[in-house]
Design a protein around this ligand. Sequence first.
Ligand code: BTN
Length: 332
Amino acid sequence: MPTKNDVLSILENERGRFVSGQELAEALHLSRTAVWKAVKNLEEDGHRILAIKNRGYMLDERSDMLSEEGIRVHMPDRYIDCPIYVFDTTDSTNTEAKKLALDNAAHGTMLLAEEQTAGRGRSGKSFFSPREAGLYMSIILKPDLGISDPQLITIAAAVSVCEAIEKIAGLRPQIKWVNDIYLNGKKICGILTEAITDLESGGIESIVVGIGINCIETNSLPDDLRDIAGALGKDGLSRNHLAAEIAAGVLDSFNNLENREIIDEYRKRSLMYGRDISFLRGDERLFATVTGINDIGNLQARLKSGEEIVLSSGEVSIGSLKNLGVEKNDEE
Ligand code: BTN
């Protein structure tokens, strides 16, 4: 549907300004009737468009449907050719991205969905992904050469999400190691990074970075998430714009993984410093205090016994050493 999509591109680009039917018709070499029909088609698809006589058409600021056009207008020129797939509904954008990656998808391919019916989180958990409440996206990365520290991709993705939220929503989220994003004490975003390895060489062939952000509070939250999950909760936020900023940030940092600025930015946004944590080692729950984050993103901590440890993966709970021995997360 080129006509409809071309009109949408212009309206996305001109958000906040009325574009006259004449202007659209001239820019797209169409009749004004064709423009009007395209606008009707877009409305039928769910876009909210204000149409005022003698002024023209403008996307309503509450119109926030994901679209390839809406994302592309915000992509920097260097990534303008990255393929973008937007699904109304899908099982999981990461699952779809892994299929595409095996089918030779290009580096920088993005997949997004209005809703996921089988959204996946880390450690085999599900990720609640209701319609219109969130941004569910996956980005396919194709390393030319081997990657020495793949965990840095997750670190870089967490920083990119924070920077995009800061830029677009003016909020200052923080990172809970490794890659949960928190705002006002509640989790608003999770990141699931998955690698596809070449069976023959054992090297990493593709990486899928999956990002799920809760944008709007929903009262359909499952019971187990009610006290933990938060939302960006920012009126007028464009998910298309946010998606483009995040993707550009992830792609930029992927080209620059050796740059230690990424880890410095990660440290600045970390909410872990000095916090008491607990985690499982085998069947045993251990308690420690966080002392730092090393240059490859591992968590450094001191056990109650004084032993210094380094954690490279796994779930940690932030709690209080006052509760030593109590297997309960009293904060996050
Ligand atoms: C976590 O918090 O455990 C990670 C959640 C990752 C969710 C995102 S949503 C887009 C992509 N598709 C998925 O199925 N998962 C990731």
